[in-house]
Ligand binder design. Structure first.
Ligand SMILES: Nc1ncnc2c1ncn2[C@@H]1O[C@H](COP(=O)(O)OP(=O)(O)OP(=O)(O)O)[C@@H](O)[C@H]1O
Ligand SMILES: [Mg+2]
Length: 273
C-alpha cells in the first residue's frame, strides 16, 4: 500500500489550515463538512482532489454522531463557513457531509439540518469510513476510526462496506486516564495528552486504552478475512499506537500522516457537484 499521495495531501491540508491560506485550484471545488465529537472540520479539494483550503474548530456539540447542542453546532459551522469564504475569496454553497457508521435515520437528519442551517446546500451524505477509504484508495481491509468518543470499525470488500460497528472508546477515554493518573481536570489532561514532549510518559498511561481499542478491533474483524487494518482519526496520533495494535492483531497496521484529517478530506472528495 503506497500512502505517498495520501500523506502528501494530508500534510498539505494541515499546512493550509495552519497558514489560513489557499492553493490554486483546477476546475470545480468540492467541499466536505465533518461534524465530529472533538473537531468540526471543513475541507475543500479541487477536481483532481488536491487540497485547496480548510478550517478546523475544537467543539463539544456532537457526541458520537449525535448532535447534542444544535444551536452551537450550527453557529460553529456558520462561522467556519465564513472563515473559509474569506480564505477562498468567494462564497461557497454546496457541500458533502458525513455520518458515522450505524446511526439511525433521525440522527442523520439532524446532522443534515445543522449543515443546512449554517447556509450550505447538501450535495451528498457519505458514511465516514467510506470517505476515509476513498481518500486512502482502499478496496479491501478494515478502516478503524479512532475519534474523540468512539472507535469505529468498518470492513470493506471490493470498495463496499460489508460490516460496521462503533464502540465507546476514543480519545476522550485517553484523556480520562491521564486526568486520573495526574489528578488533574479533563481539560488539563487533554492539553498534556497532546504535548509531544510528554509523549513517552503519556503513552505508558494510555497504553491500556489502546490495548482495549485493539481488542475491540480484533473482536470485530474476527469473522472476516481481513489482511490489513488502516487507522485514522485524531486519537491514533501516538507513535507507538500501531505497535500495540500489531501485538494484538498480528496483521499489517497502517497509519497515514495526519490521521485526523483523512476523513474530512475524504468527505470533500465524495461531494457531487
Ligand atoms: N496530537 C494528538 N495526540 C493525541 N491525541 C490527539 C492529538 N490530536 C488530536 N487528538 C485526539 O483525537 C481526538 C479527535 O480526533 P478526531 O478529530 O478524529 O475525532 P472526531 O472526528 O471529532 O470524533 P468522532 O469521529 O469520534 O466523532 C480527540 O480525543 C483528541 O484529543
Ligand atoms: Mg471523526
Amino acid at each position: 500500500m503506497d500512502l505517498t499521495i495520501a500523506n502528501k495531501n494530508t500534510e498539505e491540508f494541515s499546512n493550509l489550515i495552519k497558514s489560513k491560506e489557499r492553493n490554486t485550484a483546477e476546475g470545480d471545488l468540492k467541499i466536505g463538512v465533518d461534524l465530529g465529537t472533538a473537531n468540526i472540520v471543513i475541507a475543500v479539494v479541487d477536481q483532481n482532489n488536491k487540497p485547496i483550503a480548510g478550517v478546523i474548530r475544537e467543539a463539544n456539540v456532537v457526541r458520537d454522531g449525535i448532535v447534542v447542542d444544535y444551536i452551537n453546532a450550527t453557529r460553529i459551522v456558520k462561522e467556519l463557513k465564513i472563515e473559509l469564504e474569506k480564505i477562498l475569496g468567494f462564497k461557497i454553497s454546496k457541500t458533502a457531509t458525513a455520518i458515522p457508521p450505524g446511526i439511525i435515520e433521525g440522527n442523520t437528519k439532524v446532522i443534515k439540518n445543522v449543515v443546512k442551517a449554517a447556509g450550505f446546500e447538501i450535495s451528498k451524505v457519505v458514511d465516514e469510513p467510506t470517505a476515509a477509504a476513498i481518500f486512502l484508495g482502499i478496496n479491501d481491509g478494515a478502516v478503524v476510526d479512532v475519534g474523540g468518543g468512539t472507535t469505529g470499525i468498518s470492513i470493506l470488500r471490493n470498495k463496499k462496506v460489508i460490516y460496521t460497528t462503533d464502540e465507546a472508546t476514543g480519545g476522550m477515554h485517553m484523556s480520562l486516564v491521564i486526568a486520573g493518573a495526574y489528578k488533574i481536570t479533563l481539560e488539563d489532561a487533554e492539553i498534556i495528552k497532546k504535548d509531544i514532549n510528554k509523549e513517552s510518559e503519556n503513552f505508558v498511561i494510555i497504553e491500556p486504552v489502546v490495548e482495549k481499542m485493539a481488542s475491540i478491533v480484533k473482536k470485530a474483524i474476527n469473522n472476516y478475512e481481513v489482511k490489513k487494518v488502516y487507522i485514522v482519526g485524531g486519537a491514533c496520533t501516538f507513535k507507538r499506537f500501531c505497535e500495540v495494535f500489531y501485538k494484538e492483531l498480528k496483521i499489517d497496521v497502517i497509519k497515514p500522516a495526519n490521521p485526523l484529517l483523512v476523513t474530512p478530506l475524504g468527505i470533500a472528495m465524495c461531494s457531487n457537484n
